[in-house]
Design a protein around this ligand. Structure first.
Ligand SMILES: [Zn+2]
Length: 403
């Protein structure tokens, strides 16, 4: 959209954008001079209506799930996008979320555009997007903090910063961190939902800066606190930052710091925080998760600013979801071919620890190399398998039987 205003297309394509109609209906206004057009953000109801409309138009490849309920009783909704959305298959599972800080509304705007794009391109026969949806289990959570979103506040209705309320390195120093790890229904719901899905990777969109913020947040890489699998962490961070036309890292608003490399930074080297979703995801949920800051302004006021922000992130999201397929995946069963849940899967010197889900499925993100993967669960004899991970985003299939 340009300042000159929207043009209504004369011919509506078959796989029309759901969002276009909603934007036409609700999101652009002119002042009385007719020269300035400001952007009106989607309300929470409109975001939820968009998800409903997306599902109604694409019932075979989408599913709406409720992650949880906010302090004030509002639903935290997720839209699952996959070829079999009702049943997580042996596919990499990717969680993309926004609105954990309620005043960072541009993040939700970018995410609903991305959903609209994925579904429209799927229906338009875009082979890349069709393959992506058929081979990935994508979960979109457009607003983690609905009470904050409605009141345009960073915090939830208890005045807590949800991105300080996760359990890893949680600190009780300030009331805005909550009264205990996961004291808040929103962060607790995200943790339970994530544990049930066993996500491979994640992105949480924020605004207030432009940077791909990588684990860990709780300490500084420059002071030797960083993930044991930092090469994987940095690789996937750069996948996001370097993808697209224009690439994310070429955004002129990118953070200026001596620690920045091509649009990525170690979280702690930017500034240390405790109890972040990203650190909990990595260290406690086996999910390689990133805090991606997408715009300097939390409230860009012009439609073209929203669209520009989206343009710097759309192809990064696609590249990241695609690359989440690297590594090893399969099913762990017992001697009677029954799936085993909760099998711990590790590599030597690794710190991204994953577990099989209720169907015995796992997906271990790994860069191309040879690894010894160890599968263990108390009552079974531990097994170690040597695997050569190929240089492909479809990974390698390895089923394991534990006796
Ligand atoms: Zn934020």
């Amino acid at each position: 959209m340009k300042k000159t205003g929207l043009k209504i297309p004369k011919i509506i394509p078959l796989a029309a954008s759901i969002l276009t109609f909603m934007l036409l209906a609700s999101s652009c206004e002119r002042d009385h001079s007719g020269t300035v057009e400001s952007y009106t953000y989607h309300t929470l109801d409109e975001v939820n209506n968009f998800i409903e409309a997306a599902h109604t138009a694409n019932p075979l490849i989408t599913k709406i799930e409720q992650v949880g309920t906010s302090v004030d009783g509002r639903a935290i909704n997720a839209l699952v996008i996959s070829d079999n959305p009702s049943y997580p298959e042996m596919e990499p599972r990717v969680r993309i979320s926004a609105g954990i800080h309620g005043n960072e509304k541009v993040t939700t705007e970018v995410l609903i555009r991305y959903v609209d794009y994925l579904l429209a391109e799927f229906n338009n026969g875009n082979t890349e997007i069709i393959n992506l949806i058929n081979s990935r289990y994508i979960v979109i959570i457009p607003v983690i903090n609905p009470d904050g979103y409605v009141s345009s506040r960073r915090y939830n209705a208890n005045g807590v910063d949800l991105n300080r309320n996760f359990s890893r390195e949680w600190s009780g120093d300030y009331s805005i961190y909550g009264t205990a790890p996961f004291s808040e229904p929103e962060s607790y719901a995200v943790s339970l939902y994530s544990d049930s899905k066993r996500f491979t990777t994640g992105i949480t969109l924020h605004s207030g800066a432009v940077i791909v913020n990588m684990p860990f947040d709780y300490g500084k890489e420059s002071q030797e606190i960083f993930p044991a699998e930092n090469s994987l962490v940095e690789y996937m961070g750069l996948i996001y930052a370097e993808a697209g036309t224009p690439p994310f890292y070429t955004n002129p608003d990118i953070l200026i710091s001596s620690y920045v490399y091509n649009g990525t930074i170690n979280g702690g080297d930017w500034y240390v925080i405790t109890g972040s979703m990203q650190d909990w995801s990595y260290l406690d949920a086996g999910c390689l998760d990133y805090t991606v800051e997408i715009a300097n302004s939390k409230y860009p006021v012009l439609p073209e600013d929203i669209e520009e922000t989206y343009s710097y992130n759309r192809d990064s999201l696609t590249a990241f979801i695609k690359e989440s397929g690297y590594g090893v995946y399969g099913r762990v069963t017992d001697s009677s071919s029954h799936p085993i849940a909760g099998v711990k899967i590790t590599i030597p010197d690794g710190d991204l620890v994953i577990y099989t889900d209720i169907n015995g499925y796992y997906h271990r993100l790994l860069l191309p190399e040879t690894y010894d993967l160890t599968f263990q669960l108390s009552v079974y004899s531990t097994q170690t398998k040597t695997v050569i991970v190929p240089d492909t985003e479809s990974g390698i299939h390895l089923d394991v039987q534990l006796n």
